[in-house]
Write a protein that binds this ligand. Structure first.
Ligand code: FES
Length: 104
């Protein structure tokens, strides 16, 4: 299990244990993290799983072009630390990573 931290749109800070191999979005929605709607179910089409990576001990995998394209057209501004959490697979190197949930 890998510990992930989410700061919900309300400012509430939640720590969860995520199973390695699932997506960060799947881990967050399973634990009821507010503001991650994941309307497309992880197909990289809706951007309702958009978060900002505000702290990471280790670098996250590079963003692929499909993720960048979706983020470019999201209603919320894309930032240098923007990621679609459905495109991030939980690994032990993510332990302690902090995500700011964008929400709506
Ligand atoms: S769940 Fe739709 S883009 Fe991530």
């Amino acid at each position: 299990m890998t510990r992930l931290v989410f700061i919900e749109p309300s400012g509430n800070r939640c720590e969860i244990d995520a199973a390695d191999g699932e997506s960060v979005m799947q881990a967050a929605t399973a634990k009821g993290i507010a503001g991650i709607d994941a309307e497309c179910g992880g197909s990289c089409m809706c951007a309702t799983c958009h978060c900002l990576v505000v702290d990471a001990v280790n670098p996250l995998p590079d963003m692929q072009s499909a993720e960048a394209d979706t983020l470019e057209f999201t209603a919320h501004q894309m930032h240098d630390n923007s990621r679609l959490t459905c495109q991030l697979t939980v690994t032990p190197t993510m332990d302690g990573t902090v995500f700011q949930v964008i929400g709506r």
